[in-house]
Ligand binder design. Structure first.
Ligand SMILES: [Zn+2]
Length: 64
């Protein structure tokens, strides 16, 4: 399966699945993608998703 945000292939057993109440299923390879999705950003407009990151930085905790 592929990440619904950045379109990266998610290894089996990794990532998260998210089911919307309308029945659509989304997959996320990392919490960054999940957070962006839940913030309601438009997937196509995400620029960072196209940049291959070699170093994973811990996502800063965002307040509501
Ligand atoms: Zn992703």
């Amino acid at each position: 399966m592929k990440c619904s945000v950045c379109n990266e292939t998610i290894p089996e057993g990794k990532g998260k699945m998210f089911v919307k109440n309308n029945g659509r299923i989304f997959y996320f390879d990392k919490s960054k993608c999940e957070n962006n999705f839940k913030m309601g950003r438009e997937i196509k407009k995400l620029k960072w998703a196209r940049v291959k990151e070699t170093v994973e930085k811990p996502a800063p905790k965002t307040k509501k």
